[in-house]
Design a protein around this ligand. Structure first.
Ligand SMILES: Cc1cc2nc3c(=O)[nH]c(=O)nc-3n(C[C@H](O)[C@H](O)[C@H](O)COP(=O)(O)OP(=O)(O)OC[C@H]3O[C@@H](n4cnc5c(N)ncnc54)[C@H](O)[C@@H]3O)c2cc1C
Length: 506
């Protein structure tokens, strides 16, 4: 009880673990408190545990050297996006498939080919294992078997109750999932909409599996998806009374299967089953005093269109270095830290809206059908597909630079430059520091970077394609803070340096 921790993270799910890695990389000691005694779960490495990771997430993994460990078939990943004959799966909107062949990457001037560009799948088990191994190797302690049940705080410290133990910490981050105990105990407001449907994800044997065709299908009762490895998803708009505290029974799944799909196929054995809804809620603020929220603890919505994990990984990548800097400075000035909420809350709000739009499109009534027909028409066009793919893959993500005259790259993910020495920019970010890149090795910029050498690496390099840029400042999360197209004006770089990295140390 006497020890005061710098940071406690509640929850060793993907978001808590990735945040722990980010903090530990910045040399902040972290204790993770996880409710479950064992990380393994029967579904996490099976079809039900499969998750689609978008470009924004894969870039983050790549910039931390975690791609090979966290991604399925990482070695075979394409370096750039190529159209293939026929149809190429690029995600979906409310079950309406996106043909990635329509994607026109030439619209993204600052997106260069590289290992982080193309989305791909992984499994929860694989992602969590990779993050756990990294976190432990960086000195993170994971305390399993008793969840956080109580939280209180004053101006300086947070007291955390977990099982029969009491901990004290300067900061607590709730990464304890959609039913977050931290969120409730710390009194965060969580607002939004109640469910329109109940979803079921299950792996099962059927008496005649050929009665259900693979892929996405709309029926009178809702949407159904027939995946690989005997994996089924049912979206049921009819019965909203299912008690989600219980595991779905074979009998219940059979009833839903019949009215959603209209099939007479019989389920003979259920291997794994879980339920979900489209309840969509977001914390109105991501910080209350010394308690923060990230991942599903901060926002919940339906899994339609595969956004939740991606959203949470973006939260962790954004929060980690800002919280680390706040702790390093022992400061009560939370200006930098509060840019976490400022940048990430709108992205969360967007995901809620995006998934709600899909729910409306899926409604098995005349209204849903009318919207669905319209969306289907829009997605048959190149422009429509590009707009939706940009959002689902995270290609259009830009944090508001607060300056309408800012260079279009400011607030966006940095281009994955390939340098003359054959290395790429992503690899230069493994240490988690900021980067000041000067393609002309300008003496004044070098001097400026030297005054921040504990927080920023200076890189004097030439790139194969410089995209008209002479110099740029990149934050530890890989987002661009400042760009010079002409000979760099050092004075113009200073405000960006101070905004994101504080005062110079020399
Ligand atoms: C069917 C389905 C498919 C999905 N597909 C995708 C997809 O393709 N792409 C995508 O991006 N997202 C997808 N998602 C969403 C994604 O799985 C979640 O957004 C993601 O798992 C959230 O991670 P998290 O760490 O915030 O929460 P969780 O994964 O819920 O982890 C929370 C952790 O906190 C622990 N915990 C709970 N309570 C406490 C407590 N009181 N104290 C301490 N620990 C506690 C839990 O045991 C758990 O380990 C899908 C979701 C579903 C249901």
């Amino acid at each position: 009880m006497s020890e005061v921790h710098d940071v406690i993270i509640a929850g060793a799910g993907p978001i808590g673990l990735f945040l722990a890695c980010e903090l530990a990389l910045a040399k902040v000691p972290v204790l993770v408190i996880e409710r479950d005694a064992q990380p393994e779960s029967p579904w996490k490495d099976k079809a039900l545990g499969m998750r689609g990771l978008n470009t924004a997430s894969i870039e983050s993994l790549y910039r931390r050297g975690l791609m090979d460990q966290a991604l399925t078939a990482a070695q075979d990943r394409p370096q750039h996006f190529k159209a293939k004959p026929g149809f190429q799966f690029g995600g979906h909107f409310a079950g309406i498939l996106l043909n990635a062949n329509k994607l026109d990457m030439s619209r993204h001037k600052y997106r260069l080919p590289g290992p982080g560009l193309v989305p791909g799948p992984s499994y929860m088990a694989r992602v969590e294992k990779a993050f756990t191994e990294r976190a432990v190797s960086l000195g993170v302690t994971i305390h399993r078997g008793a969840g956080v049940s109580g939280v209180s705080q004053d101006d300086d410290l947070v007291t955390v109750q977990a099982g029969d133990q009491t901990f004290r910490t300067k900061w607590l981050v709730g990464c304890d999932g959609g039913r977050s105990a931290v969120r409730r105990a710390a009194g965060f407001e969580f607002v939004g909409t109640e469910p329109e449907f109940t979803g079921f994800a299950f792996t099962a044997d059927l008496d005649d599996a050929s009665k259900l065709k693979p892929g996405f299908h709309f029926g009178k009762g809702g949407l159904h998806i027939v995946g690989h490895e005997k994996n089924y998803f049912l979206i049921d708009f009819v019965d909203k009374t299912f008690d989600r505290a219980k595991e779905p029974t074979l009998e219940h799944l059979q009833t839903v299967l019949e009215h959603v799909t209209g099939t007479d196929a019989k389920i003979t054995k259920v291997h794994h089953a879980s339920s979900f809804t489209d309840r969509s809620k977001q914390a109105t603020t991501y910080r209350k005093g010394r308690v923060l929220l990230a991942g599903d603890a901060a926002h919940i919505h339906s899994p339609l269109g595969a956004q939740g994990l991606n959203l949470g990984l973006g939260d962790s990548m954004n929060l980690g270095w800002k919280l680390a800097a706040t702790i390093r400075e022992s400061s009560t000035d939370f200006t930098l830290l509060d840019t976490y909420e400022k940048e990430r809350h709108p992205v969360g709000a967007w995901a809620l809206e995006w998934t709600r739009a899909q729910v409306t499109t899926l409604k098995p009534d005349l209204f849903g059908g009318a919207i669905r027909n319209l969306v289907q028409d829009l997605l048959s066009t190149t422009d429509g597909t590009n707009l939706v793919v940009d959002r689902v893959w995270g290609l259009s993500l830009r944090y508001d630079p607060d300056d309408k005259d800012a260079h279009p790259l400011v607030g966006c993910s940095a281009p994955d430059y390939e340098f003359d020495d054959g290395e790429r920019l992503g690899v230069k970010m493994l240490g988690g520091k900021g980067l000041l890149v000067s393609f002309d090795d300008e003496a004044e910029l070098k001097k400026l970077a030297g005054a921040y050498e504990d927080r920023i690496d200076y890189l004097a390099v030439r790139a194969k394609e410089q995209l008209g840029i002479k110099a740029l400042l990149i934050r530890p999360d890989g987002f661009v803070a400042w760009v010079a197209e002409e000979k760099s004006d050092v004075n113009a770089a200073k405000p960006a340096l101070e905004r994101w990295f504080g005062k110079a140390s020399k």
